[in-house]
Design a protein around this ligand. Structure first.
Ligand code: ZN
Length: 66
C-alpha cells in the first residue's frame, strides 16, 4: 500500500466511482487492481481534493468534480 499512498487523489467527473470506472483502479492498474473485489461504488457528492473517498480494496483516493 506504500506505493498507492503516494498517488494523489484522482478527480472523477461523475457522482460516484468504482474500481471499474474510467480513470479508476482497474483503468489505471489493470485487471489485478480489483483483486477479485465486488464492483463497489463510492458516492462522491461531498468529496473534495482535501477530503477524498478511499477505495477500501486498492487504497486509491477519489473526489468528484462537476
Ligand atoms: Zn479500488
Amino acid at each position: 500500500m506504500d506505493l498507492v499512498a503516494k498517488v494523489p487523489p484522482i478527480a472523477i467527473h461523475a457522482d460516484r466511482v468504482s474500481c471499474k470506472s474510467k480513470g479508476a483502479c482497474m483503468d489505471l492498474y489493470g485487471e489485478r487492481a480489483g483483486l477479485g473485489a465486488p464492483n463497489t461504488y463510492y458516492q462522491l457528492n461531498s468529496t473534495t481534493p482535501e477530503n477524498p473517498v478511499k477505495c477500501k480494496y486498492c487504497g486509491l483516493r477519489f473526489y468528484g468534480v462537476h
